[in-house]
Design a protein around this ligand. Structure first.
Ligand SMILES: Cc1ncc(COP(=O)(O)O)c(C=O)c1O
Length: 456
């Protein structure tokens, strides 16, 4: 019988995360303090994060042990399956093999739980009583709400207003786990109130919601910390459990992937899947193609500038070197996916700059078409974010068909789309316009990037 699922036992779950900082050909550029303009030190970050996470952020250790209590919660859904999409292969009539790692089996529906559990655990150890965060489409807020509940801490979520209004079910799920959720911009913070003064109809952005959550943490001392669901080095590291499991599963399947694909918002899902394979490229000169997929509505890698920029709109968060569209970026509200951050993780940015990974940007109608095709073949309704990766997997499989190539194509299915049915409905009703973020807007924002002096 042909095998479809490649599974690991609970005791085969990796016991350490992989930290690519140990293997990067060049160290990451320093992180800059938003007020002093000088490289930031651990103490500057201590108001926002527990020291264990700050240490992980700058660690050069190749592997960092996963604490037992974190492994214990991971067991609710890990190891996640690696699946062969045989029915999709058949529907496409391709000689390629298509595999996907399925993170939608997590109880909150996406990969985001891999880091929220770890972050909540280290916060609890450090005595944190309350965590403030932002969420875009709601996946991250849901994951942190559940993790805080598990470790007995309060959770306050600033949810980008457009999603708060369009996705009430995500808010309700966060409230089910015990979180307090407000629409951002809110009047709970100075940053939110100022944005509402400027524009009472403001639909919000991730950059602005980050400003609110950072301000909340900084002004509720002691006891409150801030938590970010992507972008940072330690977040990508927690997600590497995806790629580490996948490596074992490919071994069981007896194949080596030629192409690995993941969608990118802040970069944690793609990084989590791809970084262990990037190591194989750096150390063992493997030729695997690694493709990051972003929306044309928020094309930080394909249209942004590799430069120092603020992590948030109100310029409270640290300044990092990354591909960016400018921290004033407000995404178009007609875009249905959650991949709408103005910047890209410094690790992913550096790897793209150095040619280890590729990037493509897609229009949303082509993405939803791929999501529907996948759902009809495999039964799983993908999150619109994940459908970006599926579009590229399908296109690569069709290219294999044209050329008669038997490549092994794999993508990370970062979450299910059960709370994104509104987006699918709009697609079926032809109400989703395609949208390309204008280069002129990028040029305008780039002209306002902070001036930072760091030694080359
Ligand atoms: C299902 C899903 N996949 C991917 C992403 C992209 O985020 P990141 O690039 O940080 O993984 C998100 C963001 O919320 C998401 O909800």
């Amino acid at each position: 019988m042909e095998q479809t699922k490649f599974l690991l036992d609970e005791n085969e779950m990796p016991k350490a995360w992989y930290n690519i900082q140990a293997d990067l050909p060049k160290p990451l550029p320093p992180v800059i303090h938003p007020v002093t303009g000088q490289p930031i030190g651990p103490q500057d970050l201590a108001v926002l994060f527990p020291m264990e996470l700050i240490k992980q952020e700058v660690s050069q250790e190749r592997y960092i042990e996963i604490p037992e209590p974190v492994l214990d919660v991971y067991k609710l859904y890990r190891p996640s399956p690696l699946m062969r999409a045989r029915r999709l292969e058949k529907a496409l009539d391709t000689p390629a093999q298509i595999y996907f790692k399925y993170e939608g089996v997590s109880p909150v529906g996406s990969h985001k739980l891999n880091t929220s559990i770890a972050q909540a655990y280290y916060n609890k150890l450090a005595g944190t009583q309350r965590i403030a965060t932002e969420t875009g489409a709601g996946q991250w807020g849901t994951a942190l709400a559940f993790a805080c509940n598990i470790f007995g801490m309060e959770c306050k979520v600033y949810m980008v207003k457009i999603s708060f209004e369009q996705k009430p079910y995500r808010r309700i799920l966060m409230e089910t786990y015990g979180a307090k959720v407000v629409a951002s911009p809110s009047t709970d913070t100075h940053a939110g109130a100022a944005a509402l003064d400027d524009d009472p109809q403001c639909t919000g952005s991730l950059g602005l919601a980050i400003s609110e959550a950072v301000e909340d943490a900084a002004t509720h001392q002691p006891g409150t910390k801030y938590s970010l669901g992507s972008v940072l080095n330690h977040v990508l590291m927690h997600q590497t459990i995806i790629g580490l499991e996948a490596q074992k599963q490919f071994e069981k399947a007896g194949v080596e992937p030629d192409i690995l694909i993941g969608c990118v918002g802040g970069g944690s899902n793609f990084g989590g899947f791809a970084l262990p394979f990037v190591r194989e490229k750096i150390i063992n000169q493997k030729k695997t193609r690694l493709i990051a997929v972003e929306p044309t509505a928020a094309p930080s890698l394909t249209k942004g500038e590799y430069a120092y920029d603020y992590g948030d709109t109100a310029k409270l968060a640290p300044i990092v070197k990354m591909f960016t569209l400018g921290s004033s970026f407000i995404p178009p509200s007609i875009h249905a996916g959650g991949l709408r951050y103005h910047g890209m993780a410094p690790i992913i940015s550096a790897l793209y700059d150095q040619g280890y990974i590729e990037a493509v940007a897609l229009q949303q109608n082509a993405v939803f078409a791929a999501g529907v095709q996948f759902a009809r073949a495999e039964g799983i309704l993908p999150a619109p974010e994940s459908a970006h990766a599926i579009r590229v997997a399908i296109d690569e499989a069709l290219r294999c068909k044209e050329r008669g190539e038997k490549k092994v194509i794999a993508f990370n299915l970062s979450g299910h789309g059960h709370f994104d049915l509104g987006g699918y409905d709009a697609y079926f009703r032809r109400q989703l316009p395609d949208y390309e973020y204008p280069q002129a807007e990028v040029a305008k924002a780039v002209a306002q990037l902070p001036k930072v002096n760091v030694p080359a």
